[in-house]
Design a binder for this molecule. Structure first.
Ligand code: BG6
Length: 504
């Protein structure tokens, strides 16, 4: 990646919000520490809240201090950085807000004696995004195609029609090449490494298909509950919040065909091919192919935690899912007959994101049955977080006079191998926007393709009340139906899923 040396002004819409505080502030501070910011760099915070510039600076400082892996901000470094942080409060629907913004952008450029790149970051709820984009369009803020970029946070729409509508508004003001739709999972090192692992090695690609792979599991499990985000989550749920974006993007990286070059559009084309090949789920099969759950009260790390329905801003009879699992098929030559099982949930037993590629058994078992009592299929485990690495499990002979086979693992750990901390996803993504590299961002057709896959499930779930909610206690691996989804095919999740056994 080339260093983003051109003067840059980052404008954050929704600058007093949670995302700016929790993710953008620490990412910017780390980029500063790593000397990855241009010499001329400024941040303009824009929000409806009537705050002073000092309050904005304090909020950013607090975010950097609380969430930066650097162990807290250094006073002197921060004070230098804070000189280029300014704040504008204004109504996003009022044209004057954009005139004032334009004035501020010009002031910086005048002071620097040079034009700057403008990055508009929409860290706002989707409902207001169209208004902002139109406001920028009317004010002529998107005119310089080379110097202007727009970053759009998730959730990207609420369903397929709203995503199509938002794309329509964006494209009426910006060119597709100026639009950076964020999925922060794509900024994670371990997710990026999937491509390197698959296509920079001759070893795995020849066996990466239906002839050798039995099935694929993608798990993104969280321990946290919905926390203070009840108001947002009540309109989202696990399917929209996690599967539509993060899990679907991981699936694309696992299933895509080799790219011809590392060009952004080439990689994105290959991913879109996967989305197009996913077998549509007929509404009358949603019941068999998808499972939803909602956490009840339980214990996490020894502490009692409340049920989802008892969380702030959540309806006492909410039918929003905090857990979702599904079985998908990718209908192409490579993957015919190989199921992909996806699951994600909040308040699960452990925080972990991983992909398990399970291989088929050997074609002929030549060892005596007694030798292979502990036989387990070969698998490749890609650990995304919190552990970062790859494990390949295979059979080995146990030392000793009697022939016993036992599963063993070859481990690659990022930490042990590279002795470096992986950059946070937002750091990588912000640096890429500044450098104008869109490889890790989603194109309109990717977002829409992904909404299409889950639309039948959304429809059915919206129209059928989940009578068994809450159906898994906090601190377990989700509802029992999630186990059934995979055991009915004679397979099992990599982690035990029967909720009752683990319930407090
Ligand atoms: C966000 C979701 O996109 O991803 C959150 O909105 C979720 O609900 C978060 O907690 C998980 O991200 P990470 O990086 O902690 O796995």
């Amino acid at each position: 990646m080339t260093l983003p040396l051109e003067p840059t002004i980052l404008v954050i819409f929704g600058s007093m919000g949670d995302l700016t505080w929790r993710k953008l502030a620490p990412a910017l501070y780390n980029l500063l520490l790593n000397q990855q910011l241009p010499e001329h760099f400024a941040v303009i915070g824009l929000d409806m809240k009537k705050e002073s510039p000092d309050e904005f600076r304090l909020r950013l400082r607090d975010g950097a201090n609380s969430f930066c892996e650097c162990g807290g901000v250094d006073e002197k470094t921060w004070n230098g950085f804070a000189l280029n942080l300014s704040y504008l409060s204004g109504d996003f629907a009022n044209p004057e807000t954009y005139t004032a913004l334009n004035g501020k952008l010009k002031d910086y450029e005048k002071n620097w004696g040079s034009p700057a790149n403008h990055i508009f970051y929409l860290a706002t709820p989707p409902a207001i995004m169209e208004t902002i984009v139109k406001g920028m369009g009317t004010a002529g803020l998107a005119q310089d195609k080379r110097r202007t970029r727009i970053v759009v946070e998730k959730p990207f729409g609420h369903d397929l029609p709203s995503a199509v509508a938002l794309n329509g508004v964006l494209i009426s003001v910006f060119d597709e090449a100026q639009i950076y739709r964020i999925d922060h999972y794509l900024g994670k090192e371990t997710v990026q490494n999937i491509l390197a692992f698959r296509f920079a090695n001759a070893l795995f690609e020849p066996i990466w298909d239906r002839r050798y792979i039995d099935h694929v599991q993608i798990t993104v499990a969280e321990q946290v509950g919905v926390e203070h985000r009840g108001a947002y989550y009540e309109h989202a749920g696990a399917l929209r919040d996690m599967i539509q974006n993060h899990l679907m993007q991981i699936l694309c990286l696992i299933a895509m065909e080799p790219m011809v070059s590392f060009e952004a559009d080439e990689i994105r084309n290959k991913k879109v091919d996967v989305l197009r090949a996913i077998r549509p789920i007929p509404e009358d099969q949603v019941q068999q192919l998808a499972v939803r759950g909602q956490y009840g009260a339980g214990r996490m790390n020894g502490h009692k935690v409340p049920a989802y329905r008892a969380e702030p801003s959540v309806a006492a009879d909410s039918s929003i899912e905090t857990f979702a699992a599904m079985k998908l098929h990718v209908d192409n030559w490579r993957w015919q007959g190989v199921p992909f099982y996806l699951r994600t949930g909040k308040r699960l037993q452990k925080k972990l994101s991983e992909v398990m590629i399970q291989f088929r058994p050997v074609p002929h078992q030549s060892f005596p049955t007694t030798a292979a009592l502990a036989w387990q299929p070969n698998y490749l485990m890609i650990h995304i977080q919190p552990e970062e690495g790859i494990v390949l499990r295979f059979q080995a002979k146990q030392p000793g006079p009697i022939l016993h086979l036992s599963p063993v693992g070859m481990h690659f750990s990022y930490q042990e191998t590279f002795k470096l901390k992986s950059p946070e996803a937002y750091e990588t993504l912000l640096a890429d926007v500044m450098a104008g590299d869109a490889t890790l961002f989603m194109r309109a057709d990717q977002v829409e393709g992904s909404w299409s896959v889950i639309t039948p499930i959304l429809n059915v779930w919206e129209h059928t009340l989940p009578l068994d909610f809450p159906n898994y206690p906090s601190g377990t691996w989700g509802p029992d139906a999630s186990a059934v989804l995979i055991t009915q095919d004679g397979r099992s999740w990599n982690h035990p899923t029967l909720a009752k056994k683990l319930a407090p």
